[in-house]
Design a protein around this ligand. Sequence first.
Ligand code: ADP
Ligand code: ZN
Length: 734
Amino acid sequence: MKQPSELSYFDAGSLIGVLTDQPLDRMLDYKAPKGGVFLGAFVEVPLGPRKVIGVVWGSGKGGYDLAKTRTVSRVLDLSPMRSEMRQFLARVADYTLSPLNAMLRLATRAPGLADPPSMRKVYALGEAALKRETAARTRVLDVLRAHNGLRFTKKELADLASVTGSVVDGLVKLGALLELETPRDTTYPKLDPMMAGLQLSDSQKSGSEALRISVATQKYATTLLKGVTGSGKTEVYLEAVAECLKQGRQALVLLPEIALTVAFLDRVEKRFGARPAEWHSGVTMTERRRCWRMVGEGGAQLVVGARSALYLPFQNLGLIVVDEEHDTSYKQEEGVFYSARDMAVLRASLNNASVVLASATPALETWANAASGKYARVDLEGRFGVAELPDMKAIDLRAEAMEPQSWISPTLVHEVQTRLNKGEQSLLFINRRGYAPVTVCRACGYQVGCDDCDARMVEHRFHGQLICHQCGKTQPLPTACPNCDVEGRMAAVGPGVERLEEEATRRFPDARIAVLSSDMALTARALKERIHTIANGDADIIIGTQMVAKGHNFPLLTCVGVIDADLGLQGGDLRAAEHSFQLIRQVAGRSGRAQKRGVAYIQTHQPDHPVIQAILEGEEEAFWQAEADQRRMAGVPPYGRLAGIVLSGPDLKVVFDVASYLSRNAQGLHNIGAEVFGPAPAPIARVRGRHRVRLLVKAEKTIHIQPALKAWRNSVKLPRDVRMQIDIDPQSFY
Ligand code: ADP
Ligand code: ZN
């Protein structure tokens, strides 16, 4: 076990405070075990009849019968939690108003941490020469010779050589193979930062040099790395990773989506000669455990992961990259409500580490922080290889002769057909899963809604079901109206991605059409392969949801059609314009990534809408400036503070009463200059049978609202069944 840098040590029998992962709002006192224990050590402690995991957080409180205080059962074989990590967890807990033990749960999300270090058998070349060679035996030895010095488990070796395990056993008996015991959690293969990268363009060079210097100084700094999709942001931040590895420090790259991870691993392997550690919901439990342990022991130099990788126990973190930093999936909206982007900045500042926020369309927060000088900013020029973004053209749906029950305008049909004739790819984008958003009865007008939610049921023809996108509840498609019992008049209204596919198939019967939507429930690897074959020309028309907007490369694509650009403009929430702008630009950026210039067609009923105008004219800075001015005037983020409070419960009146009480008794908040709005029914007023009521707390940017919010929250004892969620810096307002 490695010793922590701070040598706070508690002698056997002394009173210590332990933070457990149990839902208790305080530390528990224990006696240090025989041999004593370091501050930060992971321990197992008795709690009632059970044993639970905890971390030694400090001295115990004491104040009661010491004789009754129980003793730590055992110190786990894990590197103690470092003081920066403890500080980080405490700061996130304070900022998000979350209990510390919820933070500890986030920081220990790997199985088997309390298990003793386990061993496994691996095989290496032995000394003895074979007297009698067989094809199978030779294959096994060849595999080992080909992977000079590498060791494999029996299964790996047998699979690679296409033999049965008994061939391996036989070779061991003959002395041609050695059987060795090694710890199960092995270090990750070494990445080599000295390998040569690509020849960078001038703009890429100066960008990567700025990032490299920032990493080399080993001081905290955040840089916005801005460049259109395809400008080489990944290439550039890999140079920052290289510098970090050269310094002997660890790097973390956060990606918004698992599908992107797989492609990224290949690029890391090309650049550094080996694959990094992975941390996301798609990795096996064994790998999770290995990753967690190796990050803590320094056996992993680079981790690629989802937002929760922020809570891994890095030993010496030097760089965090948040790729596609504007992506909404970086905001966790359950349990601990946090923004991984913002918490990455916090974590780096506690570790003297650098942060790179990469995006073609930064979040307004990030843009504003760069504008005010809080973050540095690096701009990459144009695209690598080709100079320009696609042309943007609006298709004014008011002027198009749209056929009933169709969503692809004649103009767009013509453009797609032209590409088909030339053997080029088109992408049709609609940000709506399923077949149709509404199922209505033509006889009585009834719309099928979810029984438990204030939401319509969405038809998914692919699954043959109606699905509630709020709670996931499913029901069969009714043939008769649930309201008026009339048979055969239920109709689908509006388009979803499946319906768009149907229309495309009808209009372009000879085209090869591929759908990319999260509904397809492919594994990360299968999805990557799918995307790969599509990118290589296996489809003429790609039909996709939001998923296609995220960083994938489609070099043959020259035409993008945004089916309904108005969808995002109606949101009514603070970030509707921003998100719409980002999404449409990202999608448009899929086109013309290789040699051929692309065009993006935006179907809209409002070609004069400021957001659509900004997109068409490519006036990004103007768009952000205008959006920033509006937010500044309204005093909302990033120029003001917001906290969203959602109360929910099965009884609407009870929930409303609690909310009203809170709203009327907010003196503590008023005293610091904060305002409280509401209560109001939430936009989605019922989810899973629970009524939802919102309050909004608003304050000036300079006000630190958390202490007053906390006191306010604790001033009411919630009725049973009523839950309160506080979301600091809310992203969505549903
Ligand atoms: P971004 O992250 O900005 O979308 P990437 O780093 O993925 O851009 O680059 C887009 C494509 O261009 C990738 O296939 C990448 O390998 C290639 N590319 C970028 N820069 C260079 C370069 N300097 N030399 C060769 N290929 C490059
Ligand atoms: Zn529902």
